[in-house]
Ligand binder design. Structure first.
Ligand SMILES: Nc1ncnc2c1ncn2[C@@H]1O[C@H](COP(=O)(O)OP(=O)(O)O)[C@@H](O)[C@H]1O
Ligand SMILES: [Mg+2]
Length: 248
């Protein structure tokens, strides 16, 4: 049995009068590459923010590793975000005055559970893994979008997060850079990293082994896929015919 990372019960989120999450119940499991797909405005980012402690629910309950964090203090949530979760977004949010290498290292240094020695070793290993040897001494403005996003992924995983949250991480990238970032996420998942990816890109969704479809703030479908082993027409067709059910 896979460990349950998150268990949400009847999660509701409202902004003023607008109900954005309509009572979502779900479990997310360790070792899964879970993908949330759905049209723009369906509540994907809102759900990711609620799970990751970046925002609070308006109703329902949320458990993290069995602990009720629905009403956790801001301090507890910030601990989870810093020490237990990793984040990648469409835009990298790298510190513009630091080199890529410094950006990655800094994330390790501010994590309480990592020593300086471990941080340095992990930074070097990630730079090799992300193939950033040539770009590591440059500032974010001086590298390609793909290099910057690879550095952002490295920064997100240096602390060995329980789960990596990725909200449209390829949304601002061209095809080649998208492929590179997706390959990295695939490798990290194969190494055991749990991932929650929000996307409306089919190519990105194909990397997951569990796909949830969100529509108007409710989960209306779920597809189980085998772990990604490379491109396959069968896999693409399986996803495509499932998505047809949602008029995708
Ligand atoms: N901070 C906010 N205040 C008001 N409405 C919001 C806020 N954030 C999101 N929404 C609304 O919630 C809905 C879902 O948004 P979002 O979760 O960003 O969708 P998605 O990520 O699927 O595109 C949209 O109608 C959006 O306008
Ligand atoms: Mg979004």
């Amino acid at each position: 049995m896979k460990e349950v990372i998150f268990h949400g019960k009847d999660m509701v989120k409202t902004f003023g009068e607008a109900k954005v999450l309509h009572g979502i119940s779900l479990e997310l499991y360790e070792g899964d590459f879970t993908v949330i797909m759905g049209p723009s405005g369906s509540g994907k980012s809102t759900l990711l923010y609620a799970l990751s402690g970046m925002d609070r629910l308006s109703g329902g309950q949320l458990f993290y590793k069995g602990n009720d964090i629905t009403h956790a203090s801001e301090k507890e949530l910030s601990y989870l975000r810093a020490e237990e979760f990793g984040f990648v977004f469409q835009h990298t949010h790298l510190v513009s005055s630091l080199t890529l290498e410094e950006n990655i290292r800094m994330a390790g240094l501010i994590c309480n559970s990592m020593s300086e020695k471990e941080t340095n070793e992990k930074t070097d290993a990630l730079i090799r893994q992300m193939r950033l040897e040539k770009a590591k001494d440059r500032l974010p403005a001086q590298v390609s979008g793909g290099e910057a996003q690879r550095a952002a992924v490295a920064r997100a995983v240096i602390t060995k997060p329980t789960i990596l949250f990725a909200d449209e991480p390829t949304g601002a990238l061209n095809k080649a850079n998208t492929e590179e970032v997706l390959n990295l996420l695939t490798v990290l998942h194969a190494e055991g990293q749990s991932v929650l990816l929000v996307t409306h890109d089919r190519e990105a969704a194909l990397r997951g082994n569990r796909i949830l479809y969100l529509e108007d703030g409710a989960i209306v479908g779920e597809l189980a896929l085998s772990p990604y082993q490379g491109k396959s027409i069968e896999r693409e067709q399986e996803l495509a015919s499932w998505l047809e059910g949602f008029c995708w």
